[in-house]
Design a protein around this ligand. Sequence first.
Ligand code: 5AD
Ligand code: SF4
Length: 484
Amino acid sequence: MTRRQDNIDVPTTAEPTAFGKKVFVRTYGCQMNVYDSDRMTEVLAREGYEATDTPEDADLVLLNTCHIREKAAEKVYSELGRLRKIKDERARDGKSTMIGVAGCVAQAEGAEISRRAPVVDLVVGPQSYHQLPGLLNRAKSGEKVVETEFDIDAKFEDLSRAAVKPVRQRPPSAFLTVQEGCDKFCTFCVVPYTRGAEVSRPVSQIVEEARRMAAEGVREVTLLGQNVNAYHGEGPDGKTWGLGRLLRELAEISGLDRLRYTTSHPRDMDEDLIEAHRDLKSLMPYLHLPVQSGSDKILKAMNRKHTRDEYFKLIDRIRDAAPGLALSGDFIVGFPGETDADFEDTMDLIRRVEYGSAFSFKYSQRPGTPGATMANQVPEDIKSARLLELQALLTEQQRAFNASRLGMVCDVLLEKKGRQPGQLTGKSPWLQAVQVDAPEDLIGTIQAVEIIEIGSNSLFGARIGRQDEHLSTAPDLKEVAFDA
Ligand code: 5AD
Ligand code: SF4
């Protein structure tokens, strides 16, 4: 049985003003940007814009940018160079093209963007997407528009309203922003400056959006926030709810069989959230919990607000509550002052924790952050050498984790067509990609699969026949899988 529904066509009330126009949105960076790009597309759909995958066809191009590391920000300017050519070519054919820069580069650099790249008509920060139609009208009349105010509550309220009309078929796995911004001020990070202070959406707004997603065929929701486990939204009882309580509420929604959340800070992993991992069958056994460094000295300089020992104790508590949960993390090498011994502490932490997967980066000096002006910046060649060593260890751990799934039976949510004809790609409970031979009408269903082969980028699974309805009747496969 498939619970996926075909296009639900909810009528909109606003008069479209851009009927027949096309918008191309390119997304850089984190999942929050993926979510925001969808919301922008929805707001523009109300105006009559249709989404296109080719910038050459687009009357409006939006780059939803990332400022987290220097490389990410620079990519935007090279893309703007390419877009200038497209805009010129279209102009020769008598077509006009508006170019907008959204996201964290927009927030951080504001008017500087259109000075450096005059092709840009509109700069819009992440808290102002609900104002896009008005801003576009101003840009159309020739004004170089820059909007980088922080008014996040208005954004959430407006975008929730905008999300009534799905722009395209909802994939079975979707993101849902529950919290934005960050108050942690890690000394390497731009997020508290580009995304502002922590703001949590009220529980009722989130539940309503999740219900709507479930009705549109979404089976898995990943709750998003720059510091998602610091979530502290207003509950229906007027009290402040944490993420654990919110997850328990979402777990009640029929059709939402899988819940995930990202990204978390170790300091905000409270007991209720840890217990949610123990209690909720739909909360997937996967946790992205960045630690960044294994050296107490560097953790302090990074303002991470915990020691390596506290992190080890936390991991023990989480693993006691949810044995077999796959841990993922982020690591930065070459933070100012990092010595060989500090780096060795990070390697040692990784060996002790054993990660299922991880992301790792060379430290990048971000203007305006305390780290950028710290003494003892680490030379580039040392950063590169450390990154290679660290990634070799993480890759080895990931391979070992993947290999340990061989022969296991687990649930796979089938999400889209696979690489080979007759194959679908899905996700294991531990967020690994799994290729499964299955007909297309099983997209959007959860299938019991035996892992029969381990590839370098994904696992291969064979359906074992049991169909989608198992969720209420079958034994807990998580347990079976881990005992195997
Ligand atoms: N340099 C390198 N990596 C960074 N990150 C954030 N800021 C920087 C920076 N200045 C990494 C952190 C974070 C992830 C999203 O990006 O590891 O968890
Ligand atoms: Fe940046 Fe995460 Fe630190 Fe917040 S907790 S400042 S988002 S690294």
